[in-house]
Write a protein that binds this ligand. Sequence first.
Ligand code: KIV
Length: 269
Amino acid sequence: MSIHNDIKRNTVPKIAAMKGGIPIVSLTAYNAYMAALVDPYADFILVGDSLGMVAHGMESTTPVSLDLMIAHGRAVVAGTSKALIIVDMPFGSYEESPEAAFRNAARLLKETGCGAVKLEGGMRCAETIRFLVDRGIPVMGHIGLTPQSTHVMGGFKTQGRDRDTWSAHEADARAVEEAGAFAVVLEGMVEELAAKLTQMIAIPTIGIGASPVCDGQILVLEDMLGITQGAPKFVKRFAEIGSQIDKAVAGYAKAVKDRTFPTADQTYR
Ligand code: KIV
């Protein structure tokens, strides 16, 4: 029994059922207002650990803490009403043991109100994914280029250029699916490999730098809005908001200095 009976949020089973159908639309968001702008168009919104770089100026996702993910996750849930909200498990919050992963994933769900978590890794995370799913925590997988492991992988390199590596990616995709993940992000891989994995598994694949063959797409919002510097080459900028902000701030600064600062009214609200 709940008084919250009018919630129209998208659900994990609905995302899973979109396999092979109309492509799944998703973007990242880290704060309430940006999330509210994305909400009408997105099937799900990811509170990605890329927020470490984009919102906090970190050099990588490695220093991102669980508490930071909780703070941003809560803001995104508060700013939205339609999209499923998924929050990334940051580096160090799930690798140690399935039990530790459960405790941290449970905090994400309880303290943000999100509907699912995402974690990086294929075969090596299968046991943890199964442990979480069996205990009521929906999990999205993330394979291919996994930014939390770039120290091991030797940087941000497109995966699957060498066909000899494909069997490892196939094993990862199968492991994530069999462990009970409801969808999986395929990051930074050649189109032929993304197509093969998308055909091979029964859960939706969400591509980022993995071509349009996937069941859906995700981008970092600030990259596609043209706000961030040095976004990956595959990102199409759908706007140039960075230069619009620059123009607006310059105009404001000039108006303040020139004492031409316009006030429409003297009352507050
Ligand atoms: O952290 C992130 O933003 C991600 C992506 C898949 C966009 O994991």
